[in-house]
Write a protein that binds this ligand. Structure first.
Ligand code: C2E
Ligand code: CA
Ligand code: CA
Ligand code: CA
Length: 278
């Protein structure tokens, strides 16, 4: 699997199959960061492949650490999983996202859907989903402005609760994306059972696809599955023009990746939209 997924020349950290995780922050540090409100969303654009239009953004958490600077989720997400802090963490991030959506509305930006990652704990927790929906409802942001991203692993962890909660979110009008598609052991069967609106193909099958025809199989079958179920397909980790062209020719709906834009702070996104996308 590692040979299939990793390219020669991958830097450590580029390839999920071999990258060692960085050491995790302690729960005490994370709890303190929550109190100090140090977790903020960065935003990465999602672009329609047909016409280059901005379709939405994914919120990706960053820890503005007072001593260590900006920390990626690899430094703390694993430590949160399985702890009661995970619910508060996600709700704190969602609060920032909701404030941002309202702020963009005030600035007269075109409406953007914002995708937010939910953890396995979040997805299985009925009480969390209640709090999440109440928080959005109180903000005045309409549910279709938000897409919740969940991975197959999260769905499988507690399948029946996950299915119930996904059904509730969909009924309320939220979008629902399957994240990291293609690496799970039973992706195809599980996908059809869940009320997804979007399928995000993992960057392991996107990145370098143009040079690696043995990756096309997964790409093609993922895109066919999405198309046959009528859900939007998104390619993650598009870094080269060659990969962009291949994906476009295969009929992928949207692309996200460094070729288009890196995740950026909210303030930069406004400038990016106005300058680069007139
Ligand atoms: P993900 O949801 O699959 O997010 C995509 C990751 O790929 C992000 O890493 C993004 O910065 C990175 N990326 C985007 N385009 C490219 C590209 O062209 N090339 C490469 N090499 N990478 C690209 P990031 O921000 O470090 O996040 C890592 C993971 O942490 C996310 O993977 C997600 O599973 C998790 N995560 C991020 N934010 C949150 C959050 O708010 N809550 C939870 N529960 N998990 C989060
Ligand atoms: Ca995601
Ligand atoms: Ca992903
Ligand atoms: Ca991922």
């Amino acid at each position: 699997l590692t040979q299939l997924l990793c390219k020669a020349g991958d830097r450590p950290g580029d390839c999920a199959a071999v990258a060692p995780p960085p050491s995790q922050a302690s729960l005490e540090e994370i709890a303190q960061a929550l109190v100090r409100d140090e977790f903020v969303p960065f935003f990465q654009p999602k672009i329609a492949m047909r016409n280059g239009q901005l379709k939405g953004v994914e919120a990706l958490v960053r820890w503005q650490h007072p001593q260590r600077g900006l920390l990626s989720p690899a430094h703390f997400i694993d430590a949160l999983e399985g702890t009661p802090l995970m619910a508060d963490f996600t709700l704190a991030l969602v609060r920032h996202v909701l404030e941002q959506i309202l702020d963009w509305q005030r600035h007269g930006l075109p409406p953007l859907t914002v995708s937010v990652n939910l953890s396995a704990d979040n997805l299985a927790d009925r009480g969390f989903i209640d709090r999440l929906m109440a928080q959005v409802s109180a903000s005045g942001v309409a549910p279709p402005a938000l897409v919740w991203e969940v991975t197959e692993t999260s769905v499988m962890r507690q399948l029946s609760q996950a299915l119930t909660n996904m059904g509730r979110l969909r009924l309320a009008g939220y979008g629902l994306a399957m994240d990291d598609f293609g690496i799970g052991y039973s992706s195809m069967q599980q996908f059809a059972r869940c009320p997804f609106t979007e399928l995000k193909i993992d960057r392991a099958f996107v990145n370098g696809a143009a040079q690696w025809p043995n990756r096309h199989m997964v790409l093609k079958s993922a895109l066919e599955l999405g198309q046959s179920l009528g859900v939007a397909t998104v390619a993650e980790g598009v870094e080269t023009v060659e990969d962009w062209k291949l994906l476009r020719d295969l009929g992928c709906d949207m692309a996200q990746g460094y070729l288009l834009a890196k995740p950026m702070p909210a303030a930069e996104l406004v400038g990016w939209i106005r300058q680069d996308r007139r």
